[in-house]
Write a protein that binds this ligand. Sequence first.
Ligand code: ZN
Length: 121
Amino acid sequence: MYSKETIERFRNPKNTGEIPNADAVGEVGNMKCGDVMKIYLKVEKNKIKDIKFQTYGCMAAIASSDMLCELAKGKTLDEALNIKFSDITKGLGELPQIKIHCSVLGTHALKKAIENYKSNN
Ligand SMILES: [Zn+2]
């Protein structure tokens, strides 16, 4: 079952939306349950100044993206690259085993956004 924290974040995510003029965007999809995730970054002095996500997906995908944004905000790009899936689940509490791939998606989208940023700068 989903933890209380997961359900709460799914209902009231704090970091959803789009950043106009974002410095980088990363998008990934997952065929298994049709989740699509887009991450927007605003970068200043090599640090993530702002981060938002748009996810069309299941409860696990949305709750983990929201947690991911919170973990990534304020970190340097290299620190953010090191955020692991286990850091997200630590924040959320337990996730059902079959939903793990949904949470991993967020770390992939963030990685893609950071790589985009680095190749553009
Ligand atoms: Zn999913």
